[in-house]
Design a protein around this ligand. Structure first.
Ligand code: SF4
Length: 108
């Protein structure tokens, strides 16, 4: 009979919140989410159902405004177009515009 593997929930959260990404195209670094302002926030806040869900969105953005890892969070989300929800004070539509804008700058 298979046994369930019991892991400290905090260890699980920290492992899942660690995200390897390329920094400046070279080094792989791990973001420390220890100081993330949203660390204990309700996760649903960061996934507004639609762009019209302004109350949820505004509440999430308040966390991002004061977040010490906001720049790293945004960088992670910009590096992966499949990431949805509020990351680094932006939603996926805003990040798509930022990516498109940077591609236009490179093309000029
Ligand atoms: S920037 Fe926003 S979404 Fe990212 S870790 Fe901070 S509070 Fe959370």
């Amino acid at each position: 009979m298979p046994r369930a593997i019991v892991e400290d929930p905090q260890v699980t959260i920290e492992r899942e919140q660690s995200y390897l990404f390329r920094d400046d195209g070279h080094e792989l670094q791990e973001v420390s989410w220890q100081g993330a302002a949203c660390r204990n926030a309700e996760p649903d806040l960061f996934f507004p159902i639609s762009a019209q869900d302004l109350i949820t969105r505004t509440r999430a953005l308040r966390y991002c405004e004061a977040c010490p890892v906001r720049a790293e969070c945004l960088r992670v989300a910009l590096a992966d177009a499949t990431i949805v929800g509020i990351w680094g004070g932006t939603d996926e539509v805003e990040r798509a515009r930022m990516r498109a804008g940077s591609r236009r700058l490179v093309a000029v």
